[in-house]
Write a protein that binds this ligand. Structure first.
Ligand code: ZN
Length: 272
């Protein structure tokens, strides 16, 4: 299968026009004419992911996060990103990114997160797109039955890949949780949206101290904060299976990387 055909299928699942204007999605490394048989899915384009791709014999890596988001004047192998690009080119491995266009897809990044933390039934976007209200940022759904926040926090941790960061919650541990909003990745821009939606809990990542503590003072939804990487990882399996389904059976082998690419490696609660 030509890389150009795989890109056409990916672009149909995650149209590049849906990406934010500041984003950099699509093909970063690779020749559209090259053959693709094995596709590795990962959250972050890091050296360890390239090691995995080369070791497995992947022809294409599909990542959620872009390798090159800001302008560069050199890709010499004198920087981590330059070295990575050299290894990809030398190894014949293409790199493709679906980022904010995958965030707002239906199903997209937050649908996979919603299922991973146990939400069932219909999901609706936290911020529906005016032109297509079925898709947009974040998702709201319900648990099969209400559970205390402490149990829900444990369920979130069980549903996501383990990280040193773990899963933290703000709110009364006994508070019943039934309706939940989720946003994969950095979701503090949707704190007000979550409160206005009247949900019982909001699951996201990268919550800073002041917005989180001010939010908690409102006696509104509980906050559940996981590692950024962990909230986006569930999307990989969904994207891999949708890509495989979009192409003739048996033409591609897909694999989801299980490497933990969260930057944080150590965690200590401190000495009381
Ligand atoms: Zn992200």
């Amino acid at each position: 299968m030509r890389l150009s055909h795989v890109i056409t299928a990916l672009d149909e699942l995650y149209p590049p026009a849906w990406a934010e204007s500041w984003d950099a999605v699509g093909l970063t490394v690779g020749d559209p004419g090259q053959e693709v048989r094995r596709v590795l899915f990962a959250v972050d384009p890091l050296a360890a992911v390239v090691d995995e791709a080369l070791g497995w014999g992947a022809d294409l890596i599909v990542t959620h996060h872009p390798l090159l988001l800001r302008g560069v004047t050199s890709v010499a192998a004198t920087t981590p990103k330059g070295r990575l690009i050299h290894r990809l080119v030398t190894g014949g491995v293409a790199l493709f990114t679906a980022h904010t266009n995958a965030d707002v897809a239906d199903p997209g990044v937050s649908d996979a997160l919603a299922r991973a933390v146990g939400l069932t039934g219909e999901l609706r976007p936290m911020v529906p797109r005016p032109d297509d209200p079925r898709r947009g940022l974040g998702r709201i759904g319900t648990l099969p039955e209400p559970v205390p926040l402490a149990a829900f926090t444990a369920a979130v941790a069980a549903g996501l890949p383990g990280t040193a960061w773990g899963v933290r919650a703000a709110g009364d541990p006994e508070r019943p949780v039934s309706t939940v909003a989720v946003c994969g990745g950095a979701g503090d821009s949707l704190l007000d949206t979550a409160r206005a939606a009247g949900v019982d809990a909001y699951v996201t990542a990268d919550l800073r101290h002041h917005p989180a503590s001010e939010f908690a003072e409102h006696d509104g939804p509980a906050l559940v904060d996981a590692a950024h990487f962990a909230t986006e990882w569930p999307w990989l399996a969904d994207a891999a299976s949708r890509l495989a389904e979009a192409l003739p059976p048996g033409t591609l082998e897909t694999r989801v990387s299980t490497l933990v690419t969260d930057a944080w490696r150590l965690h200590h609660e401190g000495v009381k």
